[in-house]
Write a protein that binds this ligand. Structure first.
Ligand code: ZN
Length: 616
């Protein structure tokens, strides 16, 4: 027998063994443990009338003519933070505030949030001070200002100057939020300019610069009310939205915010053609298909079973670089059994989304920088994209079986506007696009919000917050920032991460797998209430979440009420209280987790009126 044939026989035997093992494990998923599919949509939306009341409400007071871009960026990001927290707010520029005084009483259960670098011209600081001191309101300074007339009220002594050196990252001194305030944020992640301040005695510092010289976040009691000062320009970063909202909740002495309550685990390029060979970078000791059969698939399925995960995957039909027709399938020598097996594994518990006919982003041109970054050829014409998508649509029933995809993952998280419209034309079933939450826009990254697409609102954005098997400390603020902001974990991996030096960080599969388990475990320990959803289920839940009119009422001691109408599916409410163990739901939902260390509890709200009370 020729050497090649021996190899073929050997692989044949290995393949059978591997398939047997994989099927046996798959059997375990089906039989051993029931897959729990959380409820997303009620039979009918539940409605209520929200009575008049003094609800948590916020005022964003911003300097519209600031010369620095930070003011505008911070305002934009914090508006998203409030929207995601389901906090109603009003917006007022410094000049509107100067023209006519407003009653600040509606913000007594919430906060007045001031944004601007140059605040010297802020009119009526005495009215704001009275709202805090006599009204018991909360004032939040969301950007440092050397000349603010509100600095003294916030505990700043004298007139501060800018801290001249870069801030070497952020260190927490207070337990603000699970996970988030357990990590430092490095200088690479937290770029900020701060003031060199001298603070009054009695001020409580919640965060400082990594080497401790500069207080970055503090709070001060001012008679009946409180102030919170963010000595930074860093709140313009998306990852800071969660911690911002949490800091405001804590400063205002309790209250509540909304949460979507979902964990979505993506596997990109899965299933995708794989071959019985050892490709470059594969040092696993298996062939490419052997690795999937013997290691990746059984290990990922075992984790899914142990932690109740459900995977949302992005299907690829071919890795060719064709940008013009014909788009025939050139994957004939791929391992078809593996492809079928992986289709089955995902279908049994999660969602199969589209990643592409091939792995080329739907884009008709690239800049020089983008070319250097990705090396992808551009499509030759809109018709070529159309035809490739039509091919993918034709392949779906043959290769993936079942219903057409409702979710799309852009290859390399790159997508153009034309590409998006062509995609939705070819696949009108698509209800969500899962790209990325924070990208390098210089490289055409398709950055998204957790919001309906602006042009096609039926398509919801379900971006990914984090990626990789082994999370570095610097990525954790993205993970926990997402939970603090929206109550969402959204994470992606690739089966071939282990073959790529850049993505495996010099680690073999066992280390990567254990790193992923550590991540899943950390999420489960801190946030066991996050429900395992598929990407499309998350999209549906987000539609309901954004459609609901929500109010939180906290003006009576030992009682918190929430209204959400229409309530088309379950929603989560995070409540900040002193002793979470004393609290019980009176009506409208169920407490799903308590965290005494951080003074938090989470309620799964299933009726449009929720009442939570503390035993007295
Ligand atoms: Zn991919």
């Amino acid at each position: 027998m020729k050497k090649g044939m021996w190899r073929a026989v050997l692989y044949g035997v290995l393949l059978c063994l591997a398939l047997g093992a994989a099927v046996w494990r798959l059997g375990g998923v089906f039989e051993g443990k029931q897959i729990i599919v959380p409820e997303v949509t009620f039979g009918a939306a539940k409605e209520t009338k929200i009575p008049q009341g003094s609800y948590q409400r916020y005022l964003l007071l911003y300097q519209e003519s600031d010369p620095v871009a930070d003011t505008k960026l911070t305002l934009n990001s914090l508006e998203h933070a409030l929207l995601y927290a389901k906090w109603p707010y009003d917006k007022l520029s410094f000049s509107e505030w100067a023209q006519a005084e407003r009653d600040l009483d509606p913000y007594r259960s919430g906060a007045v949030i001031v944004i601007g670098e140059r605040q010297a011209g802020l009119a009526r600081p005495d009215v704001i001070a009275r709202y805090v001191r006599e009204g018991g309101g909360t004032l939040v300074m969301a950007m440092r200002s050397p000349d603010s007339p509100l600095n003294a009220l916030s505990g700043v002594m004298g007139t501060p100057v800018f801290y001249e050196r870069p801030i070497p990252g952020l260190h927490w001194r207070e337990n603000l939020y699970p996970g988030m305030s357990e990590q430092n944020i490095s200088q690479e992640r937290f770029s900020s300019s701060a003031l060199a301040v001298k603070l009054e005695p009695g001020v409580q510092v919640w965060a400082e610069s990594l080497e401790g010289q500069v207080p970055l976040l503090w709070t001060k009691q001012a008679e009946k009310g409180r102030t919170l000062y963010w000595n930074t320009t860093g709140l313009q970063e998306k990852m800071m939205r969660g911690i911002f909202v949490e800091s405001v909740l804590k400063a205002q002495g309790g209250g509540a915010k909304g949460a979507v309550g979902a964990q979505v685990w993506y596997i990109d390029d899965y299933p995708a053609p794989a071959y019985d060979r050892v490709s470059e970078g594969n040092t696993t000791g298996y062939t490419d298909t052997g690795f999937r059969m013997r290691a990746f698939n059984p290990d990922m399925q075992a984790l899914a079973q142990r932690y109740g995960l459900r995977y949302s995957s992005g299907v690829i039909f071919d890795y060719n670089d064709r940008t013009a027709p014909p788009f025939e399938l050139t994957m004939r020598d791929r391992n078809k059994k593996l492809y079928d097996l992986e289709v089955g594994l995902i279908r049994a518990q999660g969602e199969l989304g589209l990643h592409g006919y091939n792995h080329l982003p739907l884009k008709l041109s690239y800049t020089e920088e983008e070319k250097a970054e990705y090396g992808y050829p551009a499509w030759t014409s809109p018709d070529a994209i159309r035809e490739a998508l039509r091919t993918a649509r034709g392949l779906w029933p043959k290769e993936v079986h079942g219903a057409l995809p409702t979710m799309y993952i852009p290859p390399s998280n790159v997508l153009s506007r034309e590409g998006k419209l062509l995609l939705l034309e070819a696949f009108p079933e698509i209800r969500t696009i899962s790209s990325i939450y924070v990208s390098n826009k210089a490289y055409a990254g398709y950055e998204q919000e957790f919001l309906p697409d602006e042009e096609v609102p039926r398509v919801m954005g379900t971006p990914r917050l984090t990626s990789g098997f082994v999370m570095e400390e610097d990525q954790l603020p993205d993970l926990y920032g997402g939970v603090g902001s929206l109550g969402i974990v959204s994470h992606f991996n690739h089966p071939d991460d282990v073959f790529h030096e850049e993505r495996n960080r010099g680690q073999g599969w066992p280390t990567l797998r254990d790193g992923f388990e550590k991540l899943v475990q950390a999420v489960k320990e801190r946030f066991p209430w996050l429900e395992p959803l598929t990407a499309t289920e998350l999209a549906d839940r987000l539609h309901h979440y954004h459609a609901a009119d929500v109010r939180f009422e906290r003006s009576r001691p030992n009682r918190l009420e929430a209204y959400a109408t229409p309530l088309a599916g379950p929603m989560f409410v995070e409540v900040r209280v002193d002793q979470p163990e004393r609290w019980q739901v009176k009506e409208g939902g169920m407490i799903v987790h308590r965290d005494a260390k951080h003074g938090l509890l989470w309620v799964r709200m299933t009726e449009p009126h929720l009442v939570v009370e503390a035993a007295t």
